[in-house]
Design a protein around this ligand. Structure first.
Ligand SMILES: [Zn+2]
Length: 333
């Protein structure tokens, strides 16, 4: 094969250089997304396998959680896989003094946020094949980690009607990250209250408890959900719709969007399943029956969270109706 004698003009050369720079900037994050975790010891200890599926969405969810948490709370999540490079960088630093959040702006690709002296909770993304029938996320007994079952992510997004055949529209990865951020905030609640990872009896809903501060709620699943909605309420009250970082990262903005994700899940369920029989006159409260191993039915939880974030008499009426139906049938919720 002969060699090709190709000469380029200065303009062509600079265009090729730009293309190579673009490819490098695009491929490098992709390679990082596919490389191994920095924390394989923990994964091995639990006999798990890490997953590369869902890394990008999980990284954005971690960023959303870290930015929505109040500045005075030092807990912050850290991904155990290399950054994909699509989002503002999250860096952890240790120094003398208290917890601090510092935004880095004006540095182009290096813009991001530095958390100094954070109480770090590492997040592991695992291959669900070895996890059996578990929830999307959990905190292993006595650990300061969050394990995410990557295989259950799609099921989670479908449950929130963000994707799949029953979704009103196919939502983007930002919306999916909002859903996962809510799940992660629930797990941060478990860590905050030092809940063990042990099996507990299916949770029962006590309507008297749902409006109370999380610290006074006895049902630990309701308490972890309440912790999440409290964080969202504090973020909403900050009125910070914009962040120093470029992108959808204002605390109040994140909060209102998580609220939208919860409302999408709840409203789509009402529309698709019609549990109160509004369209056909046949109420079907069994649709609110518990399906998970320890959590309440997800749509009851979404209604409770909506009621906590934006109390409305109609929602409360629906919760009382669900409660009465279950009390009558004495079936577990
Ligand atoms: Zn839980």
């Amino acid at each position: 094969m002969g060699t090709l004698d190709i000469t380029y003009s200065r303009a062509e050369l600079s265009a090729r250089k730009r293309l190579l720079t673009f490819m490098w900037c695009t491929l490098l994050p992709m390679l990082a997304c596919c490389s191994g975790s920095r924390e394989s010891g923990v994964i091995e200890k639990y006999g798990m396998a890490e997953s590369i599926e869902g890394r990008s969405i999980a990284e954005q969810a971690i960023l959303l959680v870290n930015l929505v948490l109040p500045p005075e709370v030092p807990t912050r999540l850290e991904a155990t896989w290399p950054s994909c490079g699509y989002f503002p960088a999250q860096t952890f630093a240790g120094k003398s003094g208290g917890f601090a959040t510092t935004f880095v702006t004006g540095h182009g690709f290096d813009n991001g946020v530095v958390f100094t002296n954070a109480d770090i909770v590492k997040v592991f993304l695992l291959d669900g094949d070895l996890l059996g029938n578990i929830e999307t996320a959990f905190v292993p007994e006595g650990e300061h980690y969050i394990f995410i079952n990557s295989r259950s992510l799609e099921r989670l997004f479908q449950a929130f009607y963000m994707s799949g055949t029953e979704a009103m529209q196919q939502h983007n990865s930002f919306d999916k990250a909002l859903v996962l951020a809510l799940v992660m905030l629930h797990e941060v609640g478990h860590i905050h209250f030092r809940d063990s990872g042990k099996y507990v009896k299916p949770a029962r809903l006590n309507l008297e408890e749902i409006g109370k501060p999380s610290g006074t709620i006895t049902n630990r699943e309701v308490r972890a959900d309440r912790y999440a909605t409290e964080i969202l309420q504090i973020a909403w009250l900050s009125k910070e719709m914009k962040s120093p970082l470029y992108g959808p990262y204002g605390r109040a903005f994140i909060s209102s969007n998580v609220f939208r994700a919860i409302a999408t899940g709840s409203n789509s369920f009402d529309f698709r399943r019609d549990p109160r029989g509004i369209l056909n006159g046949k109420p079907n409260p069994a649709l609110f029956k518990q399906t998970g191993y320890s959590h309440l039915n997800i749509y009851v939880r979404l209604l409770v969270m909506l009621q906590q974030l934006d109390p409305a008499e109609d929602q409360m009426k629906e919760l009382r109706w669900i409660d009465e139906m279950f009390a009558k049938n004495q079936s577990p919720r």
